[in-house]
Design a binder for this molecule. Structure first.
Ligand code: ADP
Ligand code: MG
Length: 366
């Protein structure tokens, strides 16, 4: 029997570069999905296919990395065999997806989570939510070799319609926050630029944030408040002061954003997004000309409450909070201005806070 599972992409509304600094993040699962069908077979191979790609088959006794799209799925089989010693036998897995890849909406986590949920259900593994997202993360960290945090897999498993998830990455405590956007909507703009050396820059920021903590003589950013920062400005020096300032102020903005969401105050939520962007631009220095241009331009167009770059930075995407009735105009104007300035066709995606991974039937509309 064929069964079907979906896992959503995600967008992190606020809390950028805080996840590896023991801080807060606020992801929402979105209405873009990886749809996976699974069917057990009598053959001894696991056959993977995804629309528009070379199919891949392998035997469960010899799971090896091949450096292509199938690694994200092989990683999940590898983790389950390693941790639970599951014998899978043969199966056919087919993937289709409405999550754009590499646009900061986490198609990779959706792929892993769709598969782990499917295997959990079909093989009766009885994994709880925490095991689902932790094993999926382990697949990406240890098999694929990407050092992502827990947020992406967490959001794909735990997402809820019209809800954001406040996540404390230190204590792994989460809280659902109502986010009924009403007259507003989220739009993601993909700048389509990824400046080289970005992984190097990312590691540099991690190191700088740690160094600032060391200078402050603290073990975690959770022990640092604004009151600790100001008197230590001289000791930190300008660079480490600004790095720490971003982390501490961004955590405060996450808490503030949570209140604004609960009160459906979307004008103020937009302002917080702008402040976050400015902090990422000026203090953490992870934006670039293209993402700054998108945010600056959006601020000039009526109907935008706020916008900020999302993801690691040095390119990538911008999240905007817009009035629904103005959205079409905003997207049109933004595309024209971006093309004029950089000669690049900007991609945009409207995204809505949606439910997490689940089993669906064959008629699920992608
Ligand atoms: P993202 O921000 O979208 O997660 P990543 O680089 O982490 O970007 O993951 C993108 C990779 O995930 C793709 O290069 C591809 O290997 C894999 N992937 C995503 N979607 C699909 C799909 N529909 N089918 C096959 N592989 C996919
Ligand atoms: Mg990814």
């Amino acid at each position: 029997m064929k069964r079907y599972f979906v896992a959503p992409g995600r967008v992190n509304v606020i809390g950028e570069h805080t996840d590896y600094n023991q801080g807060f993040v606020m992801p929402v699962a979105i209405d873009k999905y990886v749809l996976l069908s699974i069917e057990r077979t009598d053959e001894s191979v696991i056959a993977l296919s995804s629309a528009g790609r070379e199919p891949v088959s392998f035997r469960e006794e010899s799971i090896e990395k091949t450096g292509d799209w199938s690694d994200y799925l092989k990683g999940v089989f590898w983790v389950l065999k390693d941790n639970l010693g599951v014998d899978f036998g043969g199966m056919k897995i087919k993937i289709s997806s409405s999550i754009p890849e590499g646009a900061g909406l986490s198609s990779s986590a959706a792929l892993e989570v769709a598969l782990i949920l499917a295997l959990n259900s079909v093989y009766g593994l009885k994994l709880g939510d925490k095991e689902l997202y932790s094993f999926a993360q382990q697949a990406e960290n240890e098999f694929v070799g990407v050092q992502c945090g827990i947020m992406d897999q967490f959001a794909a498993v735990m997402g809820k319609k019209d809800t954001a998830i406040f996540l404390d990455t230190l204590e792994m405590r989460h809280e659902y926050v109502p986010l009924e956007l009403g007259e507003y909507t989220f739009v993601v703009f993909d700048s389509k630029v990824h400046h080289s050396l970005s992984s190097g820059n990312y590691n540099t920021r991690r190191a700088e944030a740690n160094k600032a903590l060391e200078i402050l003589g603290k073990n975690s950013y959770r022990e640092v408040s604004m009151i600790d920062l100001f008197p230590n400005r001289g000791k930190l020096g300008d660079l480490y002061y600004r790095r720490a300032l971003h982390v501490v102020s961004e955590n405060m903005r996450v808490l503030e954003a949570m209140k604004m969401m609960s009160n459906s105050n979307f004008e103020n939520l937009g302002r917080i997004l702008i402040q976050s962007h400015e902090s990422l631009a000026l203090d953490y220095e992870v934006t670039c000309e293209e993402t700054d241009f998108i945010v600056d331009t959006l601020r000039e167009i009526g109907g935008v409450s706020g916008a900020r770059m999302i993801g690691a930075g040095f390119g990538g995407s911008v999240l905007a909070l817009c009035e629904k009735i103005e959205m079409k105009k905003i997207v049109e104007v933004m595309k024209i201005r971006y093309k004029e300035r950089f000669g690049i066709d900007l991609d945009s995606y409207e995204v809505r806070p949606s439910d997490g991974a689940r089993e669906v039937d064959a008629t699920f509309p992608l």
